[in-house]
Design a protein around this ligand. Structure first.
Ligand code: NAP
Length: 332
């Protein structure tokens, strides 16, 4: 059986992914003892994986080696199994490869069997997956948002941010989203019911933040200069829940120039990371599913068709070309 997959040839510069990854073809044998073969139906595009492509060794996981297939979350059907707990025909979400097929040890890669009653399988990447857990945990636990407080979210029109602003609203908070461009800001306020939005690409971004703040919780997906502007607009005893630093992932590293505001305003700044609360996944998924089933938690999907077009889909995460969850769907 032929398997096409994206191989990491070198470290990408900026968003020059076409120079760094190439589409390869290999033949795939039967799964070894303990493995399964999954026909990938969808691949999740996640901004955090950009850091895995750099050579930094002080991240939350070692860099991916050169010469291996690119790793990512996939949803697909098991078509061959040499694992007693995973049967042919079952659908799973797991860490796999950016390819037609993923051949993995399902336990090592955290394979999760999909509930067949959820008809839109894309939800397993969005509200019922890592983005959903991260958004809920970051707002409620790390951010400790309380009803009536003002919660600010950056990259608020992206997969994680869209869920974070809606969850904050569901928990009774006033919500403000930061996004790039007037269309995304309009989407947040007019379609999603976010109370205010600030366009970080606009010349008057700081004034927009002034008008929307001050803030009790900052759910930060971005880091960089936006974090500095926000630190000076936090309420005393506010919380900064550091979810991601997408402006830094290609290699630049910025430290907040306004670091002193953490003392001046007695802020709590805390990073959080979804694998750390994986054991709560079932509970978090059930809570998120209740909101999804009630139509209270929306997720737009930005879907690209075909493995060949994966790099274009991935790039959107770093150029802001997406609203909502970026997914690559594969021919079945
Ligand atoms: P996403 O939000 O769907 O896409 C990334 C968005 O970031 C883009 O749409 C873009 O929107 C914005 N962006 C990109 N570069 C930017 C820059 N330099 N300055 C400001 N905004 C920028 O992607 P995602 O996969 O959901 O990830 C969002 C964040 O969540 C990432 O930081 C990721 O690492 C983090 N995350 C963390 C965890 C965890 O466990 N801690 C888990 C999942 C995700 P604009 O048009 O608004 O620029």
């Amino acid at each position: 059986m032929k398997n096409r997959f994206w191989r990491i040839d070198r470290r990408p510069e900026g968003t020059n992914f076409a120079e760094a990854l190439s589409l390869q073809e290999t033949s795939l044998g039967e799964p070894a003892e303990g493995q399964v073969t999954i026909r990938n139906a969808m691949i999740s595009m996640d901004a955090g994986t950009r850091m895995w492509l750099t050579d930094r060794t002080d991240g939350y996981q070692p860099p991916l080696e050169l010469g291996i297939p690119m790793t990512g979350l996939v949803v697909g059907e098991i078509i061959a199994s040499a694992h007693p707990d995973f049967a042919i025909g079952e659908w799973v979400r797991t860490f796999g490869v950016w390819g037609d097929y993923s051949q993995v040890d399902p336990v090592m890669t955290g394979a999760f069997k999909l509930d067949p009653s959820v008809t839109d399988k894309r939800a397993w990447f969005g509200p019922l997956g890592m983005n959903g857990w991260t958004a809920l945990w970051g707002v409620e636990t790390t951010g400790a948002a309380k009803p009536g407080e003002t919660v600010l979210v950056s990259a608020a029109a992206g997969a994680t941010g869209i869920l974070a602003v809606q969850i904050a609203k569901l928990l009774g908070c006033r919500t403000v989203g930061i996004a790039g461009g007037p269309d995304k800001c309009r989407y947040l306020t007019q379609e999603l019911g976010v109370d205010a939005a600030a366009d970080y690409k606009a010349a008057d971004f700081a004034a927009q933040l002034d008008a929307a703040g001050p803030f009790d919780v900052y759910f930060d997906n971005v880091g960089g200069p936006i974090l500095d502007l926000v630190l000076t607009r936090m309420n005393h005893y506010g919380r900064v829940a550091v979810c991601g630093l997408v402006s830094d992932y290609h290699g630049d590293r910025t430290s907040p120039a306004e670091f002193d505001q953490i003392l001046m305003r007695r802020l709590r700044v805390e990073g959080f990371f979804s694998p750390d609360f994986m054991d709560k996944g079932e509970e978090l998924t059930q809570r998120l599913k209740t909101w999804v089933d009630a139509g209270e938690l929306a997720m737009p999907y930005d879907v690209t068709q075909g493995l060949d077009n994966t790099l274009g889909a991935y790039e959107k995460l770093f150029t802001g070309g997406n609203v909502g969850k970026v997914i690559v769907e594969l021919e079945q």
